[in-house]
Each structure stands twice: as structure tokens, then as C-alpha cells.
Design a protein around this ligand. Structure first.
Ligand SMILES: Cc1cc2nc3c(=O)[nH]c(=O)nc-3n(C[C@H](O)[C@H](O)[C@H](O)COP(=O)(O)O)c2cc1C
Length: 333
């Protein structure tokens, strides 16, 4: 089909169908507490991404920075789906200055050769998931780290790998952040609403994905306030590498880009046998976010902490978290 064919009814229908598929694929994206805070609107060959305020964590994430970052991951998933299927699409971020919830617009311009790296990412998308078990396998090698870093940088975001002394600073910040949050009733309430149980409603983190005891780690992982059903080993994850996603400014547009970078880096990591575990508590609390900024020597703003490592590939790990059905997040007119 030539680009002109978009003006023909069948070509136009194919473009609309491709965008519908892209938004459907984007359901697999990671999101804070699996809130899936996105809503897509599809009209012809244009797909709009909106922040769904009803699924933003108002206590944990009052500025919607982590929700916006999650939407960025969904945007990158959709971009990969289009490029893998040979569609040339333009992306306009924040297309409407009067509507802060309108995060991006994807517009199909025409056909292009199918992009092979995107095709690999498209196959990886349903395989990627969050594994909270300790990373006890081989340490992440320089080539793996280089591939992940390059994927993140290609999305205009940076990855700072922490030195051992900085890991200790991070551990202290993560601990402080979680103690601070746990003192607040509203925060505990919000955490309990989104995590634990069997999650029949298609959102949130099921107990099956939460460790059944405290993980032995230098940097404490997310404290869900209760243990789940995920069996974990008693080994210490001392082989873990900790890194900060960061950038030059700290605006919603940066958070969206950071989400696209998270998706790019995480999919690349999976393709290189590396497990990624985000940890956002040190970003959620202002004082520890500032401590993270100090780690970056004030040259940049931290968006998300990541634990990188390897886990025995023979062990499938936790089941995938549930997802909302497509008709609840995609509007078509
Ligand atoms: C912005 C962001 C922050 C996250 N923070 C944490 C975290 O602090 N601790 C954690 O265990 N998982 C964290 N996650 C992982 C999500 O809980 C996970 O993506 C979600 O439950 C969906 O599950 P899946 O990744 O297995 O598809 C975060 C993910 C994102 C995108």
C-alpha cells in the first residue's frame, strides 16, 4: 500500500485497525501499582493518549509523575507495535497546551519497511513482567548494561549506575521513604486498595506477585505492608546493580519521555536476559527525591530507581499481573 492509499477507504481502515492494535498492545505496559492510568481515543488515523485521572494515586503520586511515566511506557509500546507492522507514525507529545491530561498524539502518515528491532520488542512485550524475587544469578555484564543504557539514551533519558557508596545512600533513602509513607493512614489505605488479593477487577498487584517473606537485599524493595504468595529464596541479592533513570529537567514532558525510556530499556533488558525491578518509593517522598538528586551531583533530576540483575531463566517466576479489557481503555469513534 502506498502512502497515498491512506486516502482510500481500505487503506484508511487498515491504518485505524493498526492503531487499535497498537493501543491494545500497550495494555501490557508496566505502571505504578498496575493502575494502568491511560485512556486512548481513536479517530481515523489518529490515536490520542490521555492520562486517566481516576486511576492516578492521589496520595502516593500527587503530581502524577509516576502515572505520566507509566503512560510513557504505554506510548512506547504502541510506537513499537506500529513500527514493527510497517507503519510510519509521527508522535506529538503534549499536543494541547490547554489540556494537561492530553499526553500524546500518534498520527499514521503511511507505510514504511517493518522495523526489525521494533519487531523484536513487539515479541518481548507480552513476556516482560515485574519479578520481585532476589536476583541471585550471574551479575549483569558490561555489554548487557551498555545495551540497556543505549536504549534509554535513544529516548532522550539517561541511566546512572550507582557506585557502592551511592547504593548505601539509596538504601537509606528507600528505607526512610517507606517509613515516612507507612506513617500516613491515607497512604496505607491507598496501597491496600491497589495491592494484594486476587485482583479480579483487572488492575493492581496480586498477592501472587508479592514475595512471601522479606527479601534479603541491600536496598529494601517495596514494602506492601503484608507478605504475598510468591515463593522466594533466602539468598541475598548482592549481585544486583542499582541505577537511576534521570534527565535534565523535571516537567511532565520529561516524565513521559522517561516512561518511553523505561519501556525501551526494560524490553532491551529482557532480550539480554536481564531482570528489571522499578522502585519508586524514594521518588515519591520529596526529601528522598532530593537525596536522589544529590546522588546525581545536582546535574539532573531523578525519575525512577531500577534494580537490574539476573534470575534463573529456568524458573518462570510470578504470574503476569492482570490487565483491564481493551474496551475499558480505548474509545473509538
Ligand atoms: C513508574 C513505575 C513505578 C513502579 N514502582 C514499583 C515499586 O516501587 N515497587 C515494585 O515492586 N514495582 C514497581 N513497579 C512495577 C509495577 O508494580 C508493575 O509494572 C505493575 O504491577 C504491572 O506488572 P507487570 O510489570 O508485571 O506487568 C513500578 C512500575 C512503574 C511503571
Amino acid at each position: 500500500m502506498s502512502n497515498d492509499a491512506l486516502t482510500h477507504p481500505t487503506g484508511a481502515q487498515a491504518a485505524t485497525h493498526a492503531l487499535l492494535e497498537a493501543a491494545t498492545t500497550a495494555r501490557y505496559a508496566p505502571s505504578i501499582h498496575n493502575t494502568q492510568p491511560w485512556r486512548w481515543r481513536l479517530i481515523g488515523n489518529v490515536l490520542d493518549l490521555h492520562l486517566e485521572r481516576h486511576r492516578v494515586l492521589t496520595v502516593t503520586d500527587p503530581d502524577a509523575r509516576l502515572a505520566t511515566l507509566s503512560c510513557g511506557a504505554a506510548l512506547h509500546h504502541a510506537r513499537m507495535a506500529l513500527a514493527a507492522q510497517g507503519w510510519r507514525a509521527t508522535v506529538v507529545r503534549q499536543p494541547d497546551v490547554t489540556d494537561a491530561n492530553h499526553l500524546a498524539q500518534l498520527h499514521i502518515e503511511g507505510r514504511a519497511p517493518a522495523d526489525q528491532p521494533s519487531a523484536l520488542h513487539l515479541r518481548t512485550i507480552p513476556l516482560r513482567h515485574t519479578d520481585r524475587r532476589p536476583v541471585t544469578g550471574e551479575p549483569v555484564g558490561p555489554q548487557q548494561l551498555q545495551a540497556i543504557t543505549a536504549a534509554i539514551e535513544a529516548e532522550n533519558t539517561w541511566l546512572h549506575t550507582l557506585r557502592p557508596d551511592q547504593v548505601l545512600q539509596l538504601a537509606s533513602a528507600a528505607d526512610h521513604a517507606q517509613r515516612t509513607e507507612a506513617q500516613e493512614f491515607a497512604w496505607r489505605d491507598e496501597l491496600a486498595y491497589w495491592t494484594g488479593g486476587t485482583r479480579a477487577a483487572g488492575t493492581g498487584i496480586p498477592d501472587a506477585a508479592i514475595p512471601d517473606r522479606a527479601t534479603r537485599t541491600t536496598v529494601p524493595g517495596r514494602d506492601f505492608g503484608h507478605h504475598g504468595d510468591l515463593p522466594i529464596s533466602a539468598a541475598h541479592d548482592k549481585a544486583a546493580v542499582f541505577a537511576l533513570l534521570h534527565g535534565h529537567t523535571d516537567e511532565p514532558r520529561d516524565w513521559l519521555r522517561a516512561g518511553e525510556a523505561l519501556s525501551a530499556g526494560w524490553l532491551t533488558a529482557v532480550e539480554h536476559g536481564v531482570s528489571v525491578l522499578p522502585h519508586s518509593a524514594p521518588i515519591e517522598v520529596i526529601s528522598t527525591r532530593q537525596a536522589m538528586r544529590a546522588i546525581l551531583a545536582s546535574t539532573g533530576y531523578p525519575y525512577l530507581m531500577l534494580r537490574l540483575g539476573t534470575i534463573d531463566p529456568a524458573d518462570a517466576g510470578p504470574p503476569h499481573a492482570p490487565r483491564l479489557p481493551a474496551d475499558q481503555i480505548i474509545e473509538q469513534s
